[in-house]
Design a protein around this ligand. Structure first.
Ligand code: BGC
Length: 793
């Protein structure tokens, strides 16, 4: 075996993305078409083949001036017209609750059509619809995928149907012998179907489709971005440790980055040679793949060569979360040449908007890890992780990270879509489940519980703040109110949510906090977390009501908020300013949500600082407290402690994984430690974005780029840098809805120099650090330079 063209330091290349124009005309004939399918193969635990479908249709006279393909599926598809791949979307039509809704997409295929015979071909896979989902067997939504499509001539005022899904379609099984998002894909190149989507007779092996009674679900244009292929990552061949004895049958490659996607291989070798691909996020000390944390995800692909020169293959209907790939083959006589192997990064098309950098290299790597955590988990839904058999839209994780996500990428459309998923999942009683789309997993109750289901308030509100998007509040307002009312009716006693006297589950707690409790749920009292988020929810809904002109509601929810806040203070804050439970997260929530009476805030903040110091200046928060802890420290005058936590390198800390080679954010502070090795493989993802929530503080406080909640969407920008720790310069850049804004500061000889850019049509305020003793300055559009005396750091 020879490996050619493999270089590690080659920079990542971007694949260009073509916009599937959302302004294309609406379909006129789509819902009148029939859903088509083919006989079901495989049961709940098999991994079945993908199915090829084709339809021949005639165009009399000249080809239409504007032809649009409108298409959707129960499953996932790729389509071709006359041999041309249509669009660049991946896993279309994505993931919705198929019991309620499915989205179509529209593609301009004018250039592909010609007079006479034309062919529309579709390759249909299981996807979320009938593949393995949520740690359970296959076929959660349905047994066998189906397609609905119409090719329409939109040249004139009324559209004319050229071809729709109907009885005239045929299907065949081809080279994709297995397809599953979680388990992987098997491809036998010897079984390729040739020019199957081009005109010409294809009678052999093609069978008539069956029609499926139309499911009673909404068929709508997708409000969110499609999944696309993004960076191409080069690979480096790595030594294969003790397995070397297998050589030449085994090779391992390192993409240098943990990510979500798949690999693309260019290979030549003897016909019938079978290659097996396994994936892992990290290696064991002996150099073999650490796959235990994938749980039941097989995450294995197979390729059988046809033996006709250089063959290129990238799986279609699967993705993995990985940094390493291992290729195994049986011993062979003929030469096998791996020309290249590359990593193809997949995620929902959420364009990059924000950048952060500073003088501290480890913090820059942390920022990179945060962005990769986001890319890896923003694929159709904001998922917890991309690698193991879970990959679910956990509400808690989403609300924890959304603020950071909204800085680094444009996630507005992505959340419009996901909040529709949430509305589809909301119970008749108003309950918001823990996982959206709702897969009813793990025997969990219908209510997601504190800090998880509260994504119902926090997510639309954050999108409003970050993009000035009032529409999302309008869309989600009724749902928020229903959830607040649900809480009052079912989960609350005396304004205390998750009150021990109220039967039922109290939520996930401060998930994975290392706070001395020894429990995954952490030691912060669940009624404290519940009531804090209840107060925050009421506050958000009150503000949303006022913005939307529902003044009665606004008054009702403001009053509710005040009552909850009073109940919180009475129950959880002592007259000396101690917060019950004595955890970092308890103090953080009480202070961040404004639930500590004003006169007690300094005492409570001092106690928080004492707790942190007693913990060796190390973090003790889990999912729930982590996004806010540095904000609270800064807001209460303890910036130095905030920087001690941020720059801490000893375990547990944000930089501990970075020091240990992480390229994404770990699920657990202790996913791996030198003393104990790997954590429990039952729950040990190396690509969970939750703790990456600190990215928001890095951009907004270290660099100092903030929106003004009173004029959201960066209509008015607040530059509020708060230099500290060992950092000598920092910068943040952001493409706002109004244009690009940026801040860069540098400290030299006690002088703070600031460079700022304010986009046209907006304004800004420069809020100097307190030690500059310089009053805040209003700034108009354009570039600005300011200096002040800061003092030595
Ligand atoms: C997920 C988390 C999620 C949690 C609920 C885990 O299995 O990976 O990220 O929020 O369950 O506590």
């Amino acid at each position: 075996m020879r490996a050619r063209g493999l270089s590690f330091h080659e920079p990542a290349r971007e694949i260009s993305t073509m916009n599937t124009n959302p302004l294309l005309p609406d379909p006129q004939h789509l819902t009148a078409a029939s859903w088509i399918t083919s006989p079901c193969l495989g049961g709940p635990r098999t991994v079945p083949p993908a199915v090829y479908y084709r339809r021949v249709f005639q165009i009399a006279g000249t080809a239409p001036a504007r032809a649009i393909l409108h298409i959707t599926a129960l499953g996932i598809f790729e389509c071709e017209v006359n041999g041309h791949r249509v669009g660049e979307d991946v896993f279309t039509p994505g993931w919705t609750d198929f019991r309620t809704r499915v989205y179509y997409r529209s593609y301009d295929i004018t250039g592909f059509l010609r007079p006479g015979e034309n062919v529309l071909g579709v390759i249909l896979g299981d996807g979320w619809y009938s593949g393995h989902l949520a740690e359970r067997d296959r076929q959660f939504y349905g047994q066998q995928p189906a397609i609905l499509a119409s090719v329409e001539d939109h040249s004139g005022a009324t559209s004319v149907l050229l071809a729709g899904t109907d009885q005239a379609w045929t299907y065949a099984r081809g080279p994709i012998l297995e397809n599953d998002l979680v388990m992987g894909e098997s491809y036998d190149a010897r079984r390729e179907l040739g020019a199957w989507s081009s005109p010409g007779d294809r009678a052999d092996g093609w069978l008539p489709v069956s029609l499926l009674p139309a499911p009673l679900i909404a068929v709508e244009r997708s409000p969110g971005p499609p999944v696309r292929r993004h960076e191409v990552l080069p690979a480096r061949a790595i030594s294969s440790g003790p397995d070397e004895s297998w050589a030449p049958g085994l090779r391992r490659f390192d993409f240098g980055q943990n990510f979500t996607g798949r690999m693309r291989i260019r290979v030549s070798g003897p016909r019938g040679l079978h290659l097996r691909f396994r994936y892992a996020e990290t290696l064991k000390p002996d150099g073999s793949l650490y796959t235990e944390n994938l749980r039941t995800a097989r995450a294995t692909d197979h390729y059988t060569l046809k033996g006709e020169g250089v063959e290129e293959w990238e799986p279609r209907f699967t993705f993995h979360g990985f940094r390493y790939v291992e290729i195994l083959w049986q011993k062979i006589s003929g030469p096998l040449v791996i020309e290249s192997i590359e990593g193809i990064v997949l995620h929902s098309d959420t364009p990059r908007t924000g950048h952060f950098a500073c003088s501290h290299p480890l913090l820059n790597q942390l920022a990179s890890n945060i962005v990769w955590g986001q890319k890896s988990n923003f694929l159709e839904a904001p998922t917890d992780c991309p690698q193991r058999d879970e990959r679910l839209g956990w509400t808690g994780d989403a609300q924890v990270f959304i603020r950071t996500a909204s800085f680094f990428m444009d996630v507005r459309g992505f959340f419009h879509k996901w909040l529709q998923d949430m509305r589809d999942a909301q119970g008749a009683d108003g309950a918001v489940p823990p996982i959206i789309p709702n897969t009813q997993s793990f025997g969990l109750p219908g209510d997601g519980g504190p800090a998880w289901a509260d994504a119902a308030f926090i997510c639309p509100w954050t999108i409003y703040l970050c993009y000035g998007d009032k529409e999302i509040l309008r869309e989600h307002y009724a749902s928020m109110v229903r959830y607040l009312d649900y809480l009052a009716a079912n989960k609350v006693k005396d304004r205390i949510r998750a009150h021990p006297d109220v039967d039922g589950w109290g939520g996930f707690g401060d998930w994975l906090a290392l706070d001395g409790s020894g429990r995954a749920e952490g030691g912060t009292p669940k009624d404290l977390i519940g009531t804090a988020f209840y107060a925050r929810g009421a506050e958000i809904v009150a503000k949303a009501a006022a913005l939307l002109g529902h003044s009665d509601d606004a008054a009702r929810f403001h009053a509710l908020h005040d009552e909850i806040a009073a109940a919180f203070a009475a129950r959880f804050v002592t007259p000396d300013g101690f917060v019950v439970g004595g955890t970092q997260t308890g103090y953080v929530l009480a202070l961040h949500f404004g639930l500590v009476p004003t006169d007690l805030r300094p005492a409570a903040a001092r106690e928080l600082v004492r707790l942190i110091a007693r913990n060796g200046h190390r973090i003790g928060t889990g999912f729930v407290g982590t996004p806010y802890i540095l904000h609270v420290l800064e807001a209460t005058g303890h910036l130095d402690t905030a920087y001690q936590l941020l720059e801490q390198e000893a375990f547990p800390s944000w930089l501990f994984p970075v020091k240990n080679g992480a390229t994404t954010i770990w699920e657990r502070w202790d996913g791996w430690t030198p003393e104990k090795g790997f954590q429990d493989p039952g729950m040990n993802s190396f690509n969970h974005y939750a703790y990456g929530a600190v990215g928001d503080w890095m951009a907004s406080t270290v660099a100092g780029l903030q929106f003004d909640p009173e004029q959201p969407g960066y209509q008015h920008i607040i530059f509020k840098p708060r230099p500290g720790g060992t950092i000598t310069w920092a910068e943040a850049r952001l493409k706002t809805p109004h244009g690009e804004t940026s801040i860069r500061w540098e400290l030299k000889d006690g002088t703070l120099a600031l460079d700022l850019v304010v986009p046209d049509g907006t304004g800004a305020t420069l809020d100097f650090p307190p030690s500059c003793q310089t009053p805040a300055l209003p700034l108009g559009p354009g570039s600005h330079h300011h200096e002040c005396f800061f003092g030595k750091i």
